[in-house]
Design a protein around this ligand. Sequence first.
Ligand SMILES: [Fe+2]
Length: 223
Amino acid sequence: MKSLYPSLFFLCLTIVWAGCSGKNTPAHQNQNNVNEYKKLVGGGCDGCEIMYIDMPENIPSVDTSSGWFEEGQKLIVAGTVFQIDGKTPAPDVILYYWQTDNKGYYSPKEKMDKTATRHGHIRGWVKTDQNGKYIINTIRPAPYPNDVLPAHIHLSVKEPDLENEYYTDEINFDDDKLLIAHFKKHKQENRGGSGVVRVLIRENMQIAEHDIILGLNIPNYPK
Ligand SMILES: [Fe+2]
């Protein structure tokens, strides 16, 4: 994703509430910040702290986003979070998600925290249960308007035993027409595993399974 920064940064300027993840090296970061970020597990990111804004104290393993109650294709994302061995389920891991609405905007909501508006109003948290499982009920995000970036849901992970959070590959959808062209130009990082999910259709619902392997392809991850 690093090679996308110039275009993403431009998009951030263009769409006021764009929730661009920022990743490691946004154009406006100074060198000191970049150096500090490099030391962090995951390499840091611009806007990581937004995860903690309005984060509930008690987080269940199932969350229903506000998008679920809006116009759009209902989508259930469900999966298991594993330790780095890829086999052992990881309980008590917080996943923070944020996404565009069904028009492709990180649209804010009235009375929303001003800083968090950058991620739009369709955002939330799940904490994995004792079997490492989680479920997010939401709607299918639309791609950014007039852009070639595939539709996606951003994810940040906060593990109980790590001091800082890190982002994983965004969730992308295997039936997205923009996906193949995008991956021809930009290699997947596979942070936490591939973010591409297979979309299954059950009645009027779309269902996507997304497992995450903690630490996989994450810089500075403790061995
Ligand atoms: Fe985004």
